[in-house]
Design a protein around this ligand. Structure first.
Ligand code: AQP
Length: 339
């Protein structure tokens, strides 16, 4: 049984704008869990440098960092209750990541499916940073000895790696329970939101088609257009779970509805049983517009004062650094680094 006090850590990359998948898979759960335990939420700007859309584009990185911060707050992350900061302002993340690069084994990283998916046939051209991305993620979490990590389904394997690093470190330095084994918190009806153009592909920031995703900054007309154009199949909606087999687009849209409405999926299926997609889509448009446009409006309001966003991040970074410093000090002592 772990002796570590409950503590949450999670983060998102400031690359492009956040989308419905980021919101339903992670952000919405971050807001809820604030009522249950102390939370640290970071904008992982160093992770963003592993992406072509960020590396070499300094203005975009800074702008996107503020936008993602605004999205957190507009979605309900409260910077007076949770510690909100950008990763690069807390140097302990990078220091611990180096140490973890020496703990993690190549074979472990070779198994990471996200790296394989992102690089495809061009592995040699990928940055070393992209390869060790999950090691930095382990450092983000363990530098606070965080115990709970609310993420979408796609991060499960990276969390497993964090647990492997934690366990190996504890064993190698004969320090049982020094680091916790953090638990993934993967909850809700939409832990893997799929593309609106292809129900077998994850909704993603880097998909070429903007019609594949709903961005948190989209206005009501854009949301409506994207939902109306979303791929479906020719059949009416099913009257039970079984009827969703082999219908990934129908399943995805029903999941999105259930997650936005915070209603069990079977209740949504029962409500729309036998209906056409056009009837269902009209209702989904209304619901999505109702839930998402206030977030976009609040983001716009917050982004009008970038200096205030920078102040929030700085305050959060100072608080985070105070938590991380003693952990890193103990790590250094355990492994023989003087100072
Ligand atoms: N489609 C999704 N469904 C549910 N959850 C999702 N997440 C991302 N996509 C979905 C969750 O959102 C958080 C964002 O983490 P990130 O910023 O590190 O993710 P990312 O890889 O930049 O975002 P994308 O859209 O996943 O980008 P690409 O284009 O790289 O594929 C995580 O908790 C993640 O699980």
């Amino acid at each position: 049984m772990s002796s570590h006090p409950h503590l949450v850590l999670s983060g998102m990359q400031p690359t492009n704008t956040l989308h419905l998948g980021n919101y339903l898979g992670a952000l919405k759960n971050w807001v809820k869990i604030q009522d249950e335990m102390p939370c640290l939420y970071c904008v992982v700007d160093m992770h963003a440098l592993t992406q072509d859309s960020a590396y070499g584009h300094p203005k975009e990185v800074a702008q996107s960092t503020r936008e993602v911060t605004a999205a957190y707050i507009a979605s309900g992350v409260d910077p007076t209750r949770s510690t909100l900061f950008n990763q690069s302002q807390v140097h302990q993340h990078a220091e611990l990541a180096w140490i973890f690069n020496c703990v993690a084994r190549l074979g472990w990283l070779d198994r990471m499916t996200q790296f394989k998916e992102k690089t495809g046939k061009h592995k040699e051209r990928a940055s070393v940073g992209l390869y060790t991305y999950p090691v930095l993620m382990a450092a983000d979490i363990l530098v606070y000895r965080a115990t709970h990590v609310p993420v979408g389904e796609d991060q499960r394997q990276h969390l497993e790696l964090t647990r492997d690093i934690s366990q190996k470190f504890n064993n190698d330095f004969d320090a049982p329970d020094f680091f916790p084994l953090p638990e993934p918190v993967i909850t809700g009806h939409a832990t893997r939101v799929m593309s609106l153009r292809d129900g077998t592909k994850k909704m993603s920031k880097t998909d070429e088609s903007d019609y594949s995703r709903i961005n948190l900054v989209d206005d009501a007309d854009t949301i409506a257009q994207k939902i109306r154009k979303a791929k479906t199949d020719p059949n009416p909606l099913p009257d039970g779970e079984k009827g969703l087999e082999g219908r990934p687009e129908a399943e995805n849209l029903l999941n999105i509805f259930a997650a936005l409405a915070e209603t069990p999926r079977d209740a949504v299926i029962a409500r729309f049983a036998g209906q056409t997609f056009s009837v269902f889509k009209n209702e989904l448009v209304d619901l999505a517009v109702e839930k998402l446009t206030p977030i976009a409006a609040e983001m716009t309001r917050l982004l009008a004062d970038p200096a205030e966003i920078d102040r929030i991040l700085k305050r959060g970074a100072e608080a985070a650094s105070e938590l991380a410093a003693p952990v890193l000090k103990d790590v250094k002592q355990l492994i023989g680094l003087i100072g």
